[in-house]
Design a protein around this ligand. Sequence first.
Ligand code: LCS
Length: 392
Amino acid sequence: MDKKAGFNTKMVHGGIDIDQFGSANVPIYQSSTFAFRSAKQGADRFAGKEEGYIYTRIANPTIKALENNIAALENGYGAIATSSGMGAVTSIYMGILEQGSHMISTASVYGPSRVIMEKYFSKFGVESSYVDTSSIENIISHIKPNTKMLYLETPSNPTMQLSDIKACAQIAKQHNMILVVDNTFSSPYLQSPLDLGADISFHSVTKFINGHADIVGGIIITKTEELYKKVRPMMVNLGFNMDPHQAYMVLRGVKTLSIRIEKAQESAAIIASWLEKHPKLEWVKYPGLKSHPQHELAKQQMRGFGTMISFGLKGGLKAGETLMDNMKLALLAVSLGGVETLIQHPASMTHSAVPREERIKAGISDGLVRLAVGIENVEDQLADLEQALNKC
Ligand code: LCS
């Protein structure tokens, strides 16, 4: 595949080899193990002297096709598919950090990404600072001699705050930190962290990349071979591997990634402007709105403003509950990035494990409601919000 091929071309063909039968789709190699033709071949494969498959936890042809495809979309050296987005987060923490090292991270990250660091990795002597990474000065003020990783989630879940990837890459380089970006909220279609200077980009493929709310998965893309070799053994040895059937589902989803996002994003822009004018709302956060504090940065580092909106109602949490209980088309469910519109309440759902004080400090107020816009007709999405807001 020509490296200069367009995004849609890479989405459909990137990294995918046609098999011996000319199969248009990558087959599901549902096999846990792969037979060697001889003892020597087995030994050579284990020694890395011969390419080929050994055991599915290590590598598998269907999973490899997905890894090559996403590496092509993000312009990385290689990709590592994982059982879930959290499998990706854990593999990255394990691969880069060690006892005594320190990490700086966006305060408003997906709840469990923070909880596993503060609750579990801390037990093994890893330190962390959860800070406002939208300010470079603030990041610099938290750097310590043992800071090894700068971890951004941009836009962040669920506050929709942005961090400047290019500026952070410069700081990371100066201070010998590995820059990791959780690119889940943008997908490879809207943002290319590695092109902006990040070392590692990753996704919960459960969201946009798969896009059909039918599997859970993750993927890590590294800029260099060195980082790939540091992180891949974590997936393999800790058992965070994807399953071949899961990889097949994701390969099927990724073929329509840009088309799904374009459609949902068009609606999200209309809905965000509509919500901003609604008398029952106190505030709306969407990177495409001029009122978003980092609208200009969003224009520079993203190729579109995405499909995620967060907002607060004047009636606070009570009104938010009434809204969620009365939505008829949108599902009251966590997750995002699928074809269906979802609504949820981070304080009691996705971010409930983050202590309240820390959650509020990170900008996730009790009344914040998160809307993940799907591909339904925008008139129907608006009518659904209108009838539910009328009850608030
Ligand atoms: N990173 C981000 C930004 C996420 O939103 C999620 C999941 C993960 C990582 C973890 O991925 P998973 O293991 O679930 O594949 N976010 C969810 C959310 O906002 N609602 O439900 C899950």
